[in-house]
Design a protein. Sequence first.
Length: 151
Amino acid sequence: MARSKETYSKKEREKKRQKKRKDKAEKKEHRKQELAEGKIVEPEFMYVDENGNLTPEPPDPLKKLKISKESIQISTPKQEDQGEMDPNRVGTVKFFNDDKGYGFIIDSETKESIFVHAAGLLEQISEGNKVAFVVERGMKGLNAVKVKLSK
């Protein structure tokens, strides 16, 4: 029959576990004795006030807020319509790569970065040009189309 293969490290780990258990049991007994002798006072109850702070006094029932279940929104609130903005806009070309055929325009009104593709150009543009363009909503955000140099 084969003998169990206990290595030095296995023995050491088992000794550490046994020591931890023994220390924990001793601490538990020590706390029980101190509690019985009155050296340790039981922790008091703590309450949460209307501002979310912990206090030893119970909250004032007059300051209690009534919340109706209809006012609780579980889903993401719907975005309010911001009104229709004029699709014709003016801006400055922030970046445009001729090799890859895309870039970004900074709208002068909203300071928003709007994607532009070479297919949406009416005239050739480069970085720093003032341009007029029409905004359309694409799959990933706003796209500039019918882009031409502005005067």
